[in-house]
Design a protein around this ligand. Structure first.
Ligand code: AMP
Length: 219
């Protein structure tokens, strides 16, 4: 048996993503910022970057990748740039986009990388900005006070996050209904039983959990 980990999670809907990107586009236009290139900071910035291309009429969409939140809600050391940009952005007006600035490390190292490539203008945008972030994006839609920190389960990461979070409820063996109850208690979020079942099936196939009768444990 291990300790139970508790932190607040918040499920984000696609409607909220559309609302926040639309709001970001308005703020970007209001500052007379007219990007010619959008760079999505993957993987979290990929969908917002694509939506902003549509809203702002930008054809050139590229990606860079950083990593340091190894698994859901666990930062594992310093952020690393794991995919550099391989196109010329000299003389371009570049907008770097991510879903959230939390530690701010990812945005910070991605911006430094792009700056070295000599763009004419370089601005940064995030849907959500947590006030404790050491990096302040030029544009963001929602400011999240650090006391309201949550792990935001973005719609494009929902299954991956559930595969990480559900095993945290198995600090002792449990049936499906008790997993759902423990999830609510540990992460302050309701999940449908169907999602618990689907996730357990995926985790079982991956050898991460096992079933004995009606009960589940970590493998
Ligand atoms: P950062 O800590 O600002 O370097 O965050 C890097 C990336 O980790 C973000 O782009 C998100 O994809 C993910 N991330 C960090 N904090 C959160 C959070 N509170 N909720 C959801 N995703 C997060």
């Amino acid at each position: 048996m291990t300790e139970k980990e508790c932190f607040r999670c918040k499920l984000v809907t696609y409607d909220e993503i559309v609302e926040w990107t639309t709001d970001l586009a308005k703020k970007i236009r209001a500052c007379n910022c007219k990007p010619t290139v959008i760079v999505g900071l993957t993987r979290g910035g990929w969908v917002p970057a694509r939506l902003l291309c549509d809203l702002l009429g930008v054809k050139k969409l590229y990606a860079v990748k950083t990593e340091h939140w190894g698994v859901t809600a666990n930062p594992n050391g310093k952020a690393l740039l794991t995919q550099e940009l391989n196109v010329d952005i000299e003389k371009e007006e570049v907008l770097l986009v991510d879903d959230i600035t939390d530690t701010g490390e990812s945005m910070s190292i991605a911006k430094a990388h792009l700056q070295d490539m000599g763009p004419e203008v370089l601005k940064c945008a995030a849907l959500l900005h947590i006030t404790h972030s050491k990096f302040l994006p030029d544009f963001y839609s929602v400011e999240v006070p650090e006391d309201n920190w949550a792990w935001f389960i973005f719609p494009w990461n929902r299954n991956e996050d559930l595969r990480t979070l559900i095993p945290k409820t198995l600090y002792e063996e449990k049936g499906v209904a008790d997993i759902q109850k423990a999830f609510r208690e540990q992460f302050q979020m309701n999940i449908p039983l169907e999602d618990v079942n689907i996730t357990l099936g995926d985790l079982e196939a991956a050898g991460k959990v096992k079933r004995s009768g009606e009960k589940w444990t970590r493998a």
